[in-house]
Design a protein around this ligand. Structure first.
Ligand SMILES: [Zn+2]
Length: 122
């Protein structure tokens, strides 16, 4: 999926079976559900250290996770693309909408609403 040098150790964190399962489950979904699943893979965080270029680039960063069973696995963006066979542009679109705060995922289906609350005081 991603390179062996990846800092997230994506490959070590998930088995072939895990990846296969993620892919199959994803493609079972309708496009709207796929979209909210992908959105749920993004977790926004504010970088703790502000870069030298200050407010101009005060944008949210994202961590990516996938959920296998009840395990939440940190993956990098490359791995996320590979896992779900989605384009970088599609993922960027999701990140962009989250930045703008307009990513409210369709709330009709409660299936994937098992995310814990954000850690307090972060
Ligand atoms: Zn990776």
């Amino acid at each position: 999926m991603c390179t062996a040098k990846c800092r997230s150790n994506c490959r070590d964190n998930s088995s072939d079976a895990d990846r296969q399962r993620l892919f199959v489950e994803f493609y079972d979904l309708d496009p709207e559900a796929q979209q909210s699943l992908l959105t749920a893979c993004f977790e926004a965080y504010k970088p703790l250290v502000t870069m030298r270029t200050t407010d101009k680039h005060r944008q949210l960063s994202f961590k990516n996770f996938v959920t296998v069973g009840d395990r939440k696995i940190r993956v990098c963006e490359k791995a996320l693309q590979a896992l779900y066979q989605v384009s970088r542009g599609r993922l960027n679109g999701i990140a962009e909408r989250m930045r703008q705060g307009t990513a409210d995922t369709p709330s009709r289906q409660g299936k994937h609403k098992n995310r814990p609350n954000k850690t307090p005081g972060a």
